[in-house]
Design a protein around this ligand. Structure first.
Ligand code: FAD
Ligand code: NAP
Length: 539
């Protein structure tokens, strides 16, 4: 099939954001092309095929809400769906809405330049194609630019290496092998128990321990599926109005104003429920006050001590260097129990730093470990990495990368001054990664679609955030972030997992519901903070 070289909109990425954006723009009659580096849809769930990869938002909430028929037809099987099931869901959506015909797969967008005279973007791909478009919508993902550790010798190791975000399609069998996992964030926590069940020896190299809660994953009962389907519309409304895109009972008390017994009972209830937000959202000040936070942190550390038999190993696995919730907490299945097995070893890189890879394995300052395979669960250049990897140039040929050299700057995490008609779905400085991301994706996609329809209906050609609005939003995001404990952690939220990246809190913690209201109100008030210009009349 030949695709047009001139379109109304180009979308980069065919994960949940790009797929829905395509569907929405098609409904509005915009000619649209999507470019996707992978050879299929699904984004995160296409790339992250590592053993144990699983969502930690409940399946019936981590799914599109835009089509009530889709909602009713699709049957989730587990409370927390595994990667293959989520990928099947994405593929089902692509088939159901016939999305594939406008997606060019195995094609990476490498640059995009704004032509000020024509008010259009020229988008170039690694297959040599250039497409001319009025609107450019980046659906490139907050967690799609994977990163390896900055240590020497990565290409010297003679065994096999894998990154969790580029897992081979057919899987990997580690039976009988000596395996290392480097990294103990969510991807490490999920994959370590399964790799341990196969490997002859597993050595985990930990730089910073995670706070992880037992997921208590289980198959869904037909009755609960039916109940949710019966009340889906109300549930979706509650998701949209909530703080994290997951409805929970709003906290009303400080953790410090209740007795220890009351607090412990509350934390135990949250623990038994196996949901991420219940502990950190249980009191008003868990994410704002270090002393309040410590009560929740210590509760989870106590659980780690109960789950790990060797007290020294338990202590090494117990986070003490950052408040709970300020690095993304994890949900696990048998993570801590895995360390009770004699063939599983934990290396504390804080005590014996990683020196590098050798021909035969991994070297630390104290030891060398002979290995058959090394798994890098070392995460992503989050939030900005996939955007700055593309040479995006706005007015005056200014590069986005240059503009963001001191940290991302945008209005609402959606639009960037100097880059007209460019949109970033779940962009930095929006709630994005601090939420059930499908809720945030749908909100951004719908806002962008409405904006494009508004321009067209009113004979307008461009929309661009004003410098004043952008400055105001950057200051607001920083102010709200600074009122929390998030800046106290070295986390990917702060950019501190990437050497040289500016230390800036890259998400908006104002809450999904209030943020949505603000975006809607701005649109209803003539796109306050945006400059809208009349469409050029054809010469
Ligand atoms: P992505 O799914 O990342 O898709 C972006 C797509 O853009 C990718 O397919 C990529 O190949 C493509 N792309 C990027 N750059 C280019 C380019 N230059 N040219 C062409 N294509 C490009 N969120 C939750 O809310 N709950 C969870 O439990 C959860 N679990 C997660 C587990 C893992 C392992 C990871 C990595 C993330 C998880 N997330 C979770 C976040 C997850 O990324 C989002 O929920 C959601 O899937 C993001 O969808 P997206 O379309 O915005 O981005
Ligand atoms: P991550 O949370 O950034 O974890 C990376 C791990 O690698 C950290 O333990 C990090 O240590 C370690 N590391 C990085 N560079 C290192 C180095 N040079 N030497 C030693 N250790 C190094 O990445 P992730 O686990 O892939 O998860 C990223 C995000 O994706 C999550 O936070 C979450 O939002 C999402 N995710 C969700 C799930 C889920 O359960 N739903 C699963 C996977 C991913 P430091 O902490 O010291 O930097």
């Amino acid at each position: 099939m030949t695709h047009p070289r001139e379109v109304d909109a180009v979308i980069v990425g065919a994960g949940f954001a790009g797929m829905y954006q395509l569907h929405r723009l098609r409904e509005l009659g915009f000619t649209t092309r999507v470019f996707e580096a992978g050879d299929g849809v699904g984004g995160t769930w296409y790339w992250n095929r590592y053993p144990g990869a699983r969502c930690d938002v409940e399946s019936m909430s981590y799914s599109y809400s835009f089509s009530p028929e889709l909602e009713q037809d699709w049957e989730w099987t587990e409370k927390y769906p595994a990667q293959p099931e989520i990928l099947r869901y994405a593929e089902h959506v692509a088939d159901r809405f016939d999305l594939g015909r406008d997606i060019t797969f195995e094609t990476r967008v490498t640059s995009a330049a704004y032509d000020e005279g024509r008010e259009r973007w020229l988008v170039t791909t690694d297959t040599g194609e250039t497409v001319d478009t009025q609107f450019l919508i980046m659906a490139t993902g907050c967690l799609s630019a994977s990163k390896l550790p900055e240590v020497p010798g990565l290409d010297r190791f003679q065994g096999q290496t894998f990154h969790t975000a580029h897992w081979p399609r057919g899987g990997v069998d580690f039976t009988g092998q000596r395996v290392a996992v480097i990294g103990t964030g969510s991807s490490g926590v999920q994959s370590i128990p399964i790799i341990a069940s196969q490997a002859a020896e597993l050595t985990v190299f930990q730089r910073t321990p995670a706070f992880s809660l037992a997921a208590r994953n289980r198959p869904l009962e037909q009755s609960e599926i039916d109940q949710m389907k019966a009340r889906y519309r109300d549930w979706r409304a509650a998701q949209r109005a909530s703080g994290f895109g997951v409805p929970i009972e709003p906290a009303t008390k400080s953790a410090l104003e209740v007795s220890e017994a009351e607090r412990t009972a509350k934390y135990q209830g949250a623990w038994d429920g196996g949901t991420l937000t219940a502990i950190i959202g249980g009191y008003t000040d868990i994410l704002a006050d270090r002393e309040a936070n410590e009560t929740a942190a210590e509760f989870v550390r106590q659980k780690i001590r109960e789950r790990v038999t060797d007290p020294q190993v338990a202590e090494t696995l117990s986070p003490r260097s950052y408040p709970i919730g300020t690095k993304r907490p994890c949900l696990d299945t048998n993570y801590y129990e895995t360390y009770n097995q004699p063939h599983v070893h934990l290396v504390d890189l804080r005590k014996t730093p990683l020196v590098g890879l050798t021909e035969t394995g991994v070297a630390t300052s104290e030891d060398s470990y002979d290995l058959d395979a090394v798994v890098f669960a070392t995460g992503f250049d989050a939030m900005t990495g996939a955007l700055t990897a593309i040479d995006i140039r706005g007015r005056g040929a200014v590069a986005l990368k240059e503009k963001w050299s001191e940290g991302p700057r945008s209005y609402l995490g959606l639009c960037v001054t100097g880059f007209p008609n460019l949109f970033t779905i779940t962009g930095p400085s929006s709630p994005s990664v601090l939420s059930n991301m499908i809720v945030s994706i749908e909100q951004h996609v719908e806002w962008v679609s409405d904006a494009l329809a508004h321009l067209r209906q009113n004979g307008l050609g461009t929309i661009e955030a004003t410098a004043e609005a952008e400055d105001g939003w950057v200051a607001h995001v920083e102010e709200v972030g600074n009122a929390t404990l998030y800046p106290q952690a070295d986390s990917w939220y702060m950019g501190s997992n990437v050497p040289g990246k500016p230390r800036v809190f890259m998400a908006y913690i104002g809450g999904v519901g209030p943020y949505r209201e603000l975006c809607t109100e701005i649109a209803e008030n003539g796109y306050r903070g945006f400059a809208l210009t009349p469409a050029l009349t054809p010469a």
